[in-house]
Design a protein around this ligand. Structure first.
Ligand SMILES: *Cc1c(COP(=O)(O)O)cnc(C)c1O
Length: 463
């Protein structure tokens, strides 16, 4: 067979992520060649609004001049050198910046036994994607306990509906059945606590009269197993991949308190929530929480290049110090760790946050988006519209009164996004949840257009 088009070649050679390839082969793939601002352009010159920031990564838009220039400038110097035994200026300067920007603790409770005399994040370990940033977090937490002589602390605690990445360690702390079930026999399962998913409360309670019982359940599990648990891992405020499940106010702070009181480490997976998505630089800041370990990736380079980082406290770092023969070294590292091009791109990304006052400018757009979304919540088959900053999940239901979900077979989410594509909007569903996560730089006019298309597409498909 002679393959003439890029579509043919794609279908012939590429195995796409998170994609049922049987369906894909029947579809006509959309091939993106260029981008500008909030828009993507396909090989035929058609433009589309990028409603999910190219999978939650793009921050200041595509072809942002400052980031383009920073990468070009770095390219004139060197494309890659290693952090194993060497260092490089962009990696050093970015680490300083990340530590400066990292969430600081507020008035959270500290017990006298609290093991965190130095509780700010102060060290940066680089990797190149969110899953590895999580693996590193887990390994560091475990090894820290070993170094401290707490040899029995070999387990992790995570939430139902959690998503922390696709590598096996990350799948072990995952809690999304459809993704993770098949691997059950080859992963190390974590202890689980309820998902703070108020619309479908696992405990059949209603916020706020529940008094956040899900946190109390988490507390009971934690204290029962505290001698076995090295760390709790959580997506702060928003369980993103599960469908933008937003935890009730005060929940995260409770989690911090529970970790501190039970002497277990708190790992915040800010891979999705970091870099302004929730309206603050990091989601933990909403509740004045400083985790012991923080994993970041997706938006770190402004959506340009693969880069991730795991931040830890000084105390954790110190526990890895010793004579070489003690073997306290963290024996972990990836080939492209601290890649200078990616770090230069991340530095430029963070400079734009300051220069363009991105977070200040965002606040009004968040309110504007909230206003525009309101009519969508009124639709007959919209169960709930959830929004935290620029992270939005629209949960479609078969029956609004009973909250009966659409069956998986209906592929209702997929139908809606295909409709939206007809009108020039790229979005992706998570099951029956339509996700919107535009670049922070999107204009109010573009926001209006995005929400308008979504409204129309949902109506077309469900009515
Ligand atoms: C996307 C995501 C990951 C995984 O990141 P990758 O770069 O895709 O490996 C981990 N945690 C959370 C919360 C995420 O949203």
């Amino acid at each position: 067979m002679k393959m003439v088009t890029l579509e043919d070649k794609d279908r012939h050679y590429i195995w796409h992520p998170f994609t049922q390839m049987k369906d894909w082969l029947e579809e006509c793939p959309l091939i993106i060649k260029e981008g500008r601002g909030s828009f993507l352009k396909d090989i035929y010159g058609r433009w589309y609004l990028d409603g999910v920031s190219s999978l939650w990564a793009t921050i200041h838009g595509h072809r942002k001049k400052e980031i383009d220039d920073a990468i070009k400038e770095q390219l004139e110097k060197i494309g890659h050198s290693t952090l194993l035994g060497l260092s490089n200026p962009p990696a050093i300067n970015l680490a300083e910046k990340l530590v400066e920007l990292s969430p600081k603790s507020g008035s959270e409770l500290r017990t006298p036994m609290g093991r965190r005399p130095n509780s700010e994040l102060s060290k940066v370990f680089y990797s190149d994607n969110g899953s590895t940033a999580v693996e590193i977090s887990l390994k560091i937490a475990f090894q820290y306990c070993q170094h401290k002589g707490e040899k029995g602390k070999t387990r992790f605690l995570s939430l139902n509906n959690a998503y922390h990445g696709d590598t096996l360690g990350a799948v072990g702390v995952g809690g999304i059945e459809v993704f993770h079930n098949i691997y059950r026999s080859i992963i190390i399962p974590s202890l689980k606590a309820p998902s703070p998913y108020c619309y479908r409360c696992e405990l059949n309670l209603t916020y706020p009269s529940c008094n956040i019982e899900c946190a109390k359940e988490l507390e009971r599990t934690t204290s029962r197993h505290k001698d076995e648990i090295a760390a709790l891992i959580i997506e702060p405020l928003v369980q993103a991949a599960a469908g933008m499940l937003i935890s009730p106010p005060g929940y995260l702070k409770e989690v911090r308190r529970i970790c501190t009181e039970n002497n277990i480490l708190m790992i915040a997976d800010e891979v999705a929530t970091g870099f302004g998505r929730t309206g603050k630089m990091f989601a933990c800041e909403h509740e004045g929480v400083c985790p012991d370990i923080m994993a970041i990736a997706k938006g770190i380079t402004g959506g340009y290049l693969p880069l991730a980082a795991t931040l830890t406290t000084q105390d954790i770092f110190n526990s890895f110090l010793g004579e070489y023969k003690e073997l306290k070294t963290f024996f972990h590292g990836h080939t492209y760790t601290g890649n200078p091009l990616a770090c230069a791109s991340a530095l430029a990304n963070l400079e734009i946050f300051e220069k363009d006052r991105t977070l200040d400018m965002l606040q009004e757009k968040i309110v504007f988006l909230e206003d525009r979304l309101r009519p969508i919540a009124e639709l007959d088959h919209v169960g709930e519209v959830r929004q935290k900053g620029f992270m939005v999940g629209i949960e479609l239901v078969k029956d609004k009164n009973t909250k009966e979900p659409y069956p998986l077979d209906d592929k209702i989410g997929v139908k809606v996004i295909l409709k939206a594509k007809e009108k020039g909007l790229i979005i992706r569903p998570l099951g029956n949840v339509i996700v919107l996560m535009p670049p922070l730089s999107i204009s109010p006019e573009e926001l209006k257009r995005m929400v308008g298309i979504v409204h129309w597409a949902i109506k077309e498909v469900t009515e």
